[in-house]
Every structure is written in C-alpha cells, then in structure tokens.
Ligand binder design. Structure first.
Ligand SMILES: [Zn+2]
Length: 274
C-alpha cells in the first residue's frame, strides 16, 4: 500500500482491471488541517463507505484470487472532497491541495496500470446517499432528463459519447446500443438487481422518476471515466442506507453483491475472467 506523505489517502495496487474509489467515507479530521468553508460546500460524509471499500477489496480477492486497485480518502469530507474540482474540494485551502492531488494521481496510476495490463477496465466510485428510496443510483455522467428520453432519442443525443462509459459504448463486441448498455439485461443496474439491489437505470427502472433526486455522476466519474478519453470506464454507485449501510452484516451483504456484479460485468463487457 502507498499513501501521500501525510497518510491521508491510500492506494493499494491491484492486478485486476477493476479500480475502486472511495472519496467520501473518511472520518479523520485533525485540527491542524483547515476545514473546508465555502458557499454551498457539502461537508457531511458518506457513512460506512470506507468500510465498504475495504470489504469489497477483501471479497474480490477471496472470490477471484486477484486484487482490485483501491484508492481511499481517510479524511473527513469537512477537510477534503476529492469528488469536487480542487477549489471546492479543498475549500480553497492550499494546505490540502497536495492531498487532493494525491488522490487523483493514485487514480491516474491505477488506470494506467489497468490499461497496460488489461487494455481496458472499470472504475467504480463508491458512495452513500441520504435519499430514502431503496434503489441504487448509478451515475454515468448522463442526466436524469437524458435518461428519461426514449432509447432512440438517447442514442441520437450522443450523450453516451461524453459519459463515463464512452469507451465501452464505442468498443463492445456485441455492438450494444447506449440504451442496452445503460438499462438492458447486461447493464450494471440489471446485474445489481439480480444480485438483490434495485438500481436506476436498469430494466425495471430505466430512468429516475421526475419527482425524485438522482445523482448522475460527479467529478471523479467525469474526470477518470472514458468520456474524457482513455480506456477505463467509470460508474458512480450511490447506495441508500436502511438495510444496506446500517449494520456490519448488511454491509457485508452489499459488498458481496457488488463483487458478484463487478465480476459478471467484467466478464461480459471486458472479456476478463480471474
Ligand atoms: Zn458521496
């Protein structure tokens, strides 16, 4: 494992085409690091997501004998938010800029290693939401309004080409359409649903309902996904709390489902088997 000089963000090097990112699960808030203080900044973290990332890493190793690349921010979100651009992410505090940069440098390194070894791969950016409805929100950097379009209009819009899975859309053996990749039978949402976690988008829930908030993917999914080039796709996963992140047993169950899902997704879409 590698860390930044202060030990606030850590990177565990992997050998599988999977990168796990956990930017909001940290709890360390040392007084000597400045607190983010900017208009509209969100400073509340995502409960249990650091633990989730560690469980996913362990479960993946147990199931495949291979290691995912894992990047974890151990600082509380009141100190650092790697899922925002640097000014908002640090609250304008120059002291924490190198830590913010280290997080992204670790993701860059992980993505380079994935491409060198496997040609292509997948980054999952793990989050937890306070939204109460029991479904995972999968963010591809495609807006809720875009997802509410018909399959044909969604394809015509070209939104997939700027999304976190732009590379997969351009380069998949089945020549799957954008709608099929986002909400068809082999979409991440479909596989998660089969593993016990309803998700949007998915075959059962092709788009977020009009009256409900939905996270469509943040800075990390945008910057480190293939919408900006490269061969590593990125998807943000937002998990609700009740029954998922509210006990160690539920967290174990969710981690196991994420790993089962990732293994199937990597096999179907990237041709990877352990
Ligand atoms: Zn988050």
């Amino acid at each position: 494992m590698t860390t930044d000089p202060g030990g606030w963000v850590e990177y565990t090097v992997g050998d599988a085409p999977l990168v796990i990112s956990a930017p909001h699960g940290g709890s360390l808030a040392p007084a000597f690091l400045p607190t983010r203080n900017c208009a509209g900044c969100i400073t509340g973290g995502d409960d249990a997501i650091e633990e989730l990332a560690r469980r996913v890493a362990t479960e993946f190793r147990t199931r495949t004998g291979r290691h995912a690349h894992v990047v974890i921010n151990k600082l509380a979100r009141s100190k650092l938010d790697p899922n925002r651009e640097v000014l908002e992410g640090t609250g304008g505090n120059s002291v924490t800029v190198p830590i913010w940069e280290a997080y992204h440098a670790f993701l860059d390194t992980a993505r380079s290693r994935v491409v060198r070894t496997h040609r292509r791969g997948l980054l999952l950016d793990l989050h937890g939401t306070v939204h109460p409805w029991p479904r995972l929100e999968l963010g591809y950097v495609i807006s809720a309004a875009s997802l509410r379009q018909s399959d044909a209009a969604l394809e015509a819009s070209g939104a997939i080409g700027r999304s976190g899975i732009a590379r997969l859309a351009a380069d998949n053996e089945g020549h799957l359409s954008p709608a099929t990749l986002l909400r068809g039978p082999t979409s991440l949402g479909a596989i998660l649903a089969r593993n016990g976690y309803a998700a949007v988008p998915s075959p059962d829930l092709p788009a977020p309902p009009e009256d409900e908030l939905y996270y469509d993917g943040g800075y990390i999914t945008d910057r480190h996904g293939s919408g900006r080039g490269g061969a590593v796709d990125a998807i943000q996963t937002e998990a609700w709390k009740t029954g998922v992140r509210d006990s160690p047993a539920n967290l174990d169950r969710y981690a196991a489902a994420l790993v089962s899902t990732a293994i199937e997704y990597l096999r179907v879409h990237y041709g990877w088997t352990p």
